[in-house]
Design a protein around this ligand. Structure first.
Ligand SMILES: [Zn+2]
Length: 432
């Protein structure tokens, strides 16, 4: 049986392929293997939704991770993100690998806390955490073998204002391969390309520099497998979770709802009551009705949103109700409509009800209202990539397009086990 090694680069864009062809380690994968030029993410194209679809082969309605933030009816905006593996309502590729008797490893993968993997270091420390005790989030959520072996010397990378998850991940990964041997199935996730794009926009020299760093990191991991693992019998996958889009404007959709009479606030801007509430998903926005059984109000809100298609500034591209979003995008959750603009508008996730207008300025670096963001529908540019090479992969096949739900079954097939009941199909054209 061949082993599987997956290198995830958050916000790797389709257009990155040209630079990747010039970087020594990525270039080798491209030249020896095959790739998909336009890998379409799921709706919404957010990190947690996409990562969960990648490992389950399911759309959002099949795995239940509807946003990065944990959404619940009646609670407004939330600072709490999804985190626990038990929140995922479908088995993952690593679950099936374990059942097939394989050892499994997941480093810095979202929504994997507490997973029953052989080696697990979940992405669970909140990204705004600047304290000195990140272990509070990790103990009980990461596997004890990795905490015991590495936290004492590498935990410092997660502390303070300059914490860096990628540095932590890259410290653990080569040591783990040396100390425990190469796991049969290993997923390693890097974050900083996404961070740079939120800061500087989709294309920028700082972004290119970061992709070069990821190439070096990938090179270190390949060298670790050559030294301590079974390099010859390893299938390599390099992938992203979504692209990004440069943002023109940030829209406060709750302000729009307030001005239209669907929300009441007090003098300090605190929301007193609402008929409809907006949850940002970056480039898309979910609208939640206070009473989803109030058909009259549902119709009023729908008509209002439909009218925003003609608004010269907001220019909505579509308004989908629950039935339509499920049929079109396999999307369902604790909300009643999903909307997206034709323009490059990001939806603000803060309430900010005291602001005068409906648009506000960007905050470079912010994951939703930065220079660039994501969270749109699957075919919105940019898309992402899926590259593979190794003993099970043909050389030189370039597929024009594929869907994110195809990745799990394809990776399982190249490793030698099946994943029944997914939404995807095996990308047979790249397999030997
Ligand atoms: Zn992401």
């Amino acid at each position: 049986m061949n082993k599987l090694f997956v290198f995830m680069i958050d916000a790797l864009c389709s257009s990155d392929i040209e630079l990747m062809k010039t970087l020594p380690h990525f270039k080798q994968v491209i030249e020896e293997g095959s790739y998909v030029e336009h890998l379409y993410p799921v709706h919404p194209a957010l990190t947690y939704c996409c990562h969960t679809s990648i490992v389950t082969g399911k759309y959002v309605d099949g795995h239940g991770i509807t946003n990065n933030e944990f959404l619940k009816r009646g609670v407004g905006s939330s600072d709490v993100w999804f985190g626990k593996k038990e929140e995922v309502k479908a088995p993952t590729l690593l679950d099936y690998a374990r059942e097939a008797g394989l050892t499994t490893c997941s480093l810095s993968w979202p929504v994997s806390a507490g997973a029953d993997y052989t080696y697990n270091m979940p992405m669970i420390v909140p990204y705004h955490y600047h304290g000195d005790h990140p272990e509070e989030y990790l103990y009980g959520n990461a596997t004890d073998n990795l905490m015991d072996a590495y936290f004492w010397k590498y935990g410092r990378y997660l502390k303070g204002a300059n914490h860096n998850l990628d540095a932590y991940t890259m410290a653990i990964a080569p040591d783990l391969i040396r100390d425990f041997g190469q796991p049969d199935v290993m997923f390693v996730k890097m974050c900083d390309l996404d961070t740079m794009r939120h800061h500087y926009g989709v294309h920028h020299e700082m972004v290119d520099e970061q992709l070069q760093k990821h190439d070096e990191e990938f090179g270190v991991l390949v060298e670790s497998l050559k030294r301590y693992g079974d390099y010859e019998h390893t299938n390599f996958v390099i992938m992203g979770d979504h692209g990004q889009t440069d943002i023109e404007d940030v829209l406060n959709m709750n302000k729009v709802l307030q001005l239209a009479g669907f929300m009441k606030t007090d003098e300090e801007g605190k929301i007193i009551s609402y008929d409809a509430y907006a949850h940002s998903a970056g480039l898309t926005c979910f609208i939640e009705l206070a009473n989803p059984n109030d058909a009259k109000m549902e119709q009023r809100v729908k008509e209002f949103l439909e009218g925003l298609k003609e608004d010269t500034e907001i220019q909505l591209a579509y308004v989908l109700d629950k039935k339509e979003m499920k049929e079109t995008y396999h999307l369902e959750g604790p909300f009643d409509f999903v909307i997206e603009s034709k323009r490059n508008i990001s939806f603000d996730f803060r309430e900010n009800m005291q602001m005068k207008g409906i648009f506000r300025s960007k905050e470079p670096g912010d994951h939703i209202i930065g220079a660039a963001t994501h969270g749109g529908s699957p075919h919105r540019a940019e898309h992402t990539l899926f590259l593979a090479c190794g003993p099970s992969i043909k050389q030189g096949v370039i597929l024009k397009e594929a869907d994110m739900v195809d990745e799990a079954v394809t990776m399982a097939a190249m490793t030698g086990f099946a994943m029944p009941n997914t939404d995807g199909k095996i990308l047979k054209d790249i397999l030997k």
